[in-house]
Design a protein. Structure first.
Length: 299
């Protein structure tokens, strides 16, 4: 049975396209651009083809076409014009829309074909920064507004993780050339938001450092097992939901105790929970960063 999402509310369309619901209603009424169906309680619903059409219209609109002109374009010509624009200068927005559709429909083939098409002109690093990061930034909103379910989010993020891992593996056949630091990327216990850490691991390996990737939900006490073997360690972690505001200071103190017992190590931290730390109160070997780019600049 194929149970992909086929009907969307006007709020779903607003969240997926970025066009306000009020504007969508005006476009419907004034230009007859979309034809919603009505439920028994007179609520608008939209088909998947309506969503696809709106995403295409949005791309034209964002590239300077007036909505009055778009309304006069024969419907069959709109995808052709979109492809023409994409071939010139708007791959990013088209790809994000295609990835959204692949997510809504759990369509792995569409994800792969879209990814391979943008790789023709972009490096993996460009794809991640220009396409995946904006897409991931939107996922939180889409999930919070019930436009997508956790299953949708897990589907698309697992495919993105797969691409990071494949590109990292290509680099791991080469011996590390930088000896000043050994990075240990990990996530604390109960932390599973891994994409940012995986990508930073790719950047670390790309720059020729040795990386000992530990992954998700790592108990702090187990870090000593790495400290026993190496001296020049730099632990790298994302604090997205854990440790919480109430526990984060205790977590830092426990890490400081480990470094005293097993030798000095650095710690680089990112993520929402780090806002609860005062950088001025941290030891000099513990540093906080506001973004992936800040970490990359420091590598």
């Amino acid at each position: 049975m194929n149970n992909v999402k086929k009907n969307f509310s006007i709020r779903d369309l607003e969240n997926l396209s970025g066009i306000k619901a009020h504007t969508i209603r005006i476009w419907e009424k004034r230009y007859n651009l979309l034809s919603p169906e009505r439920t028994a309680t007179n609520i608008r619903t939209y088909s998947l083809s309506s969503l696809q059409k709106l995403l295409n219209i949005t791309l034209l609109y964002n590239n300077g076409y007036k909505i009055s002109k778009i309304s006069r374009i024969p419907e069959g010509n709109i995808p052709l014009m979109v492809r023409e624009i994409v071939s010139k200068n708007s791959v990013k927005n088209h790809a994000i829309n295609a990835f959204k559709l692949s997510m809504i429909n759990f369509d792995q083939s569409l994800f792969m074909s879209t990814y391979n098409s943008i790789l023709v002109d972009k490096s993996f690093r460009e794809v991640f920064k220009d396409v995946f990061i904006p897409l991931l930034n939107e996922l939180g909103l889409l999930w919070q507004t019930d436009t997508i379910s956790p299953a949708h989010e897990h589907f698309i993020t697992s495919l993105i993780k797969q691409k990071i891992l494949i590109n990292t593996e290509k680099l791991q056949h080469q011996e590390p050339i930088k000896k000043s630091k050994i990075f240990v990327p990990f996530l604390p216990e109960n932390e599973i938001h891994e994409i940012g850490l995986l990508y930073l691991n790719y950047e670390i390996v790309l720059r020729g450092y040795k990386s000992i990737y530990l992954g998700q939900t790592v108990p702090l006490d187990t870090l000593k097992d790495v400290m026993k073997y190496f001296d020049n360690l730099c632990f790298l972690s994302y604090f997205t939901v854990s440790p919480t505001k109430e526990r984060i200071d205790k977590y830092i103190k426990e890490f400081v105790s480990l470094t005293k017992e097993y030798g000095s190590s650095e710690m680089w931290l990112l993520g929402y929970q780090t806002k609860h730390l005062d950088p001025a109160q941290l030891p000099e070997y513990i540093k906080t960063f506001n973004s992936i780019d800040q970490v990359i600049d420091r590598l």
